[in-house]
Design a protein around this ligand. Structure first.
Ligand code: NOJ
Length: 510
């Protein structure tokens, strides 16, 4: 287990929207290099970079055409190596995005696989044995190739599934077992991509749809086995490299598959929704001041998973990511501050999505860009200052429009505002670095009354009390001590703490 993870705080950078250094309207790698001091100033010491590889951008780069080539619009491979080096000089690690489940349908492997003539790539993807065979239980693209067969897709239609085999074989005419040499070759091809970037200085990978490799593998037994092998390779060859999975099942991802970290995501499971947002849960979010939330529902899901996985890896909370509406779509400013106080004081390895430190807004009505659809509104350019395109780009045609509101938050105006979300985020991250009890593997004792808010938890000598409700509330507790951080007003007396509406306090007990 790389030691650095225990004190890691990640910043997710969506490269096309972060900073455009050459005025072409699209964010680029040199732009990220220019802003490394900003990232460091947040207290983030690691970056997750969304895909920067050559791609036709039907899914914003998650449709990879060449895993080993940086997309020209972001720069060159040398620029990326330069980013690794400059980041390392500042004590910042860089995780690239690994997309192992599928490629673009323009990837050279696929161009070969779809030909009638057999080649070493014929089994790199999943094809049926003829075009008349398209079992409805699979997502197939039919009749599009010279080859007499239909192929399975993993996500959008432009993303054919790579072939890691089938755990349960239901159609032996075309489904290969996982130990077929051609399926093993797919695993080796992905390991080769990993080695390529790790050798150049990358510190690891965020792994896209990590659970999607082997098909008909409901319990994810064969998929986990593949990742276990990858982890063994890392332990042996790159012991400081780390992997975080998009899986949201710590039992499977951390305990079985060997991931160092697993995301706790909004759109899987219930836990995170209960905290913040999404669909039906917006109203029932624990941090919604309306009090309809239920901390017990969250704790019942999270705590057992945490207990079972904490000796093997970290659960990663995130403020948001590029796939979900920004939290500003669901919660008010005070609630967002409390939410951040929670994310950055819980165990595990936290992730901050670019712009969330400013309270950037979800831009609801944008036309879809590069396969973003409803996600497009969370992918708009970073808001730096009051200049053209809020400092993102000098181009007349930025990648996406910036927030047009007169009061759009920017780095410049938030850094100078003592009441800003930025201030809370940076203050709490600084406390996380300062106190060992707040780090990734520090202990956790979660205290809540059945189904009730407010709630509190203790991490070593530090105790965090939250009153997300829009009304004054009391919590019974015998804890008392020095206040390290406070939002709103909190008063300790006679075995209880009185908390003003939407308040938070962190204390250090003696
Ligand atoms: C999850 C990624 O986060 C998302 O943006 C992408 O569209 C899909 N995986 C497919 O790769």
């Amino acid at each position: 287990m790389p030691n650095w993870l225990n004190d890691a705080v990640f910043y997710e950078i969506y490269p096309q929207s972060f900073y455009d250094s050459n005025g072409d309207g699209i964010g680029d790698i040199n732009g990220i290099i220019e802003k490394l001091d900003y990232v460091k100033g947040l207290g983030c010491n690691a970056i997750w970079l969304n895909p920067v590889y050559d791609s036709p951008f039907m899914d914003a780069g998650y449709d990879v055409r060449n895993y080993k080539q940086v997309a020209a619009r972001y720069g060159t491979n040398d620029d990326l190596v330069n980013l690794f080096n400059e980041a390392h000089k500042k004590g910042i690690k860089i995780l690239l995005d690994l997309v192992p489940g599928h490629t673009s349908d323009t990837h050279p492997w696929f161009l070969e696989a779809k030909k009638a003539a057999e080649s070493e790539y014929s089994n790199r993807y999943i094809f049926t044995q003829n075009v008349w065979d398209a079992p409805p239980e699979y997502r197939m693209m039919c009749g599009l190739c010279e080859r007499n067969g239909n192929y399975m897709v993993n996500y959008f239609s432009s993303q054919p599934a790579l072939n890691y085999g089938f755990y349960e074989i239901t159609h032996p005419e075309w489904q290969l077992p996982c130990d077929h040499p051609d399926c093993l070759a797919t695993v080796e091809a992905i390991k080769d991509v990993m080695r390529f970037w790790l050798d150049k200085g990358a510190d690891g990978f965020r792994v896209d749809m990590a659970d999607s490799l082997v098909k008909n593998d409901d319990e994810k037994i064969a998929t986990a086995k593949i990742w276990r092998g990858v982890r063994e390779m890392l332990d042996e060859e790159y012991p400081e490299a780390a992997m975080v999975s998009e899986w949201c099942s710590p039992d499977r991802a951390i305990n079985n598959a060997g991931f160092h970290m697993d995301f706790y995501l909004d759109h899987f499971g219930n836990g995170y929704n209960i905290l913040s947002r999404c669909g039906d849960w917006g109203d029932k979010a624990v941090f919604n001041p309306n009090g309809k939330g239920n901390i017990k529902a969250f704790a019942d899901e999270y705590l057992p998973a945490y207990e079972r996985s904490k000796d093997n890896g970290y659960i990663s909370y995130m403020t948001n990511n590029h796939d979900m509406p920004r939290i500003t779509a669901y919660l008010d400013k005070k609630a967002i501050k409390l939410f951040n106080a929670f994310i950055f004081t819980m165990p595990g390895v936290p992730f901050l999505y670019y712009g969330d430190e400013l309270g950037m807004r979800y831009q609801k009505d944008l036309v879809s860009k590069e396969g973003g659809f409803s996600r497009t509104g969370s992918r708009t350019p970073m808001q730096w200052n009051s200049g053209k395109n809020l400092g993102f780009s000098t181009s007349d045609e930025p990648y996406l429009p910036v927030d047009k509101s007169a009061d759009a938050p920017t780095v410049e105006n938030q850094q100078n505002d003592d009441d800003s979300i930025y201030k809370v985020v940076t203050d709490i991250i600084a406390l996380r670095h300062k106190y060992d009890d707040l780090k990734g593997n520090g202990e956790l004792e979660f205290v809540y009354e059945e189904g009730k808010i407010p709630f509190f938890y203790r991490r070593g000598k530090l105790v965090m009390f939250f009153n997300p409700l829009g009304v004054e509330s009391e919590i019974k507790t015998n804890y008392n001590g020095e206040k390290l951080y406070e939002l709103g007003n909190t008063e300790f007396a006679d075995g209880k703490i009185k908390m003003s509406p939407q308040s938070f306090v962190m204390i250090k007990i003696n």
